[in-house]
Write a protein that binds this ligand. Structure first.
Ligand code: PEP
Ligand code: MN
Length: 360
């Protein structure tokens, strides 16, 4: 993407010495609720107040948002607290209403980024706007869909663009509501280094106790900001109750996070090395996770062999695996010696697991 405007400028205009923080409830529920939370967040690191007005719900019949009346409540927030105001837009009508109500930050939700038709409609409705437009990743881990969304918005002459990483949905249940797949966010950052990247630990975690760690990882990966859902009475929230934190907790989280400042060469070196180490740690975790899963499958095979009275060691199968892995490894720049050592160890562990099952 060719551009002569530095899209980081809108972020610099905030003049912050800490990451940009967007805080506020998942949904606007009542005027009192919207104003109460805003006042509790007013004197914190939060610069932008969020609330969903139109809620994209997976199943019909759930709370679908208060609609455009909520925009008036948001305007009141701006008047009373000075916070900038943000909401999600999912079609051209939403965009028009949001712009008419002087909403400062419009974000495009994960369920919209999946659809080039919707993104195109929103991009055209936003044409030339001076407002800040944030693009969440699509629900599925598809790098090009996310990049395509950015390109469509950018083509509409919008200069103040940002990205929000909110994780990706999976069929398999994990501890996350939406798995982070940090590598995808890192790839997008590398592709568009001058577009600020914000992490949404609330929708990644889906649980309030995960928010701190996800936020710290994001900051260690040099993310520019955080979007954290906050409600004065989280358990009673009309949507996403499990993942919201009180304004008080949000303020504590911001105090407890280790924030890296890019000041001098020494700091710069430290930031870079920490960033690389965080990436390595994430890969190590996923290696362990995969190995754990592999052993579970070995145990299943053990059960099967036990029922059919088959020997644990099947040397033909083992030779095939190792030959395939040596070839694959070469393509990835890994030596034959290394592959042999690592797969022998994995194989041995696998045999141990099977033996345990068979002899139990
Ligand atoms: C939200 O931010 O409230 C929201 C609906 O998020 P997402 O699009 O990430 O699901
Ligand atoms: Mn939400």
């Amino acid at each position: 993407m060719e551009n002569n405007v530095n899209m980081r400028d809108w972020l610099k205009d905030f003049g912050l010495s800490h990451p940009l923080v967007i805080g506020g409830p998942c949904s606007a529920e009542t005027e009192e609720q919207v104003l109460k939370i805003a006042h509790e967040l007013k004197d914190s690191d939060v610069s932008i107040y969020r609330a969903g007005i139109w809620k994209p719900r997976t199943r019909p019949g759930m709370f679908e948002g208060v609609g455009s009346i909520g925009l008036k409540w948001m305007q009141k927030v701006k008047e009373e607290t000075g916070l900038l105001i943000a909401t999600e837009v999912a079609n051209a009508a939403h965009v028009k209403l949001a712009l008419d109500h002087d909403i400062d930050v419009l974000w495009i939700g994960a369920r919209s980024t999946v659809s080039p038709f919707i993104i195109q409609e929103i991009a055209e409705a936003l044409e030339g706007t001076e407002k800040i437009v944030l693009i969440k990743n699509p629900v599925n881990p598809d790098l090009s869909l996310w990049l395509g969304g950015v390109e469509r918005i950018y083509k509409s002459n919008i200069n103040k663009i940002g990205l929000i990483h909110r994780g990706f949905s999976t069929y398999e249940k994990t501890k996350y509501r939406n798995i982070p797949e940090w590598q995808i966010a890192i790839e997008v950052q590398n592709k568009f280094p001058d577009i600020p990247m914000i992490c949404d630990p609330s929708h990644i975690g889906g649980r309030r106790d995960l928010i701190f760690d996800i936020s710290q990882t994001a900051l260690d990966l040099n993310f520019d900001g955080l979007m954290i859902e906050s409600h004065h009475n989280p358990d009673k929230a009309w949507s996403d109750a499990n993942q919201q934190v009180t304004p008080k907790r949000l303020i504590e989280i911001m105090k407890e996070l280790k924030i890296r400042k890019e000041t001098n060469q020494e700091e710069d070196y430290k930031n870079k090395i920490d960033n690389f180490r965080t990436q390595i740690d994430l890969i190590d975790y996923s290696l362990l996770d995969s190995l754990g899963k592999r052993m579970k499958i070995s145990e299943e095979i053990g059960n099967l062999k036990k029922s059919k009275n088959v020997a644990v060691l099947q040397s033909k199968r083992w030779k095939k695996i190792i030959q395939k892995m040596i070839l694959e490894g070469k393509e990835k720049g890994l030596t034959e010696e290394f592959i042999l050592r690592i797969f022998k160890a994995i194989h041995q562990e696998s045999i141990n697991h099977q033996e345990k099952v068979i002899n139990s």
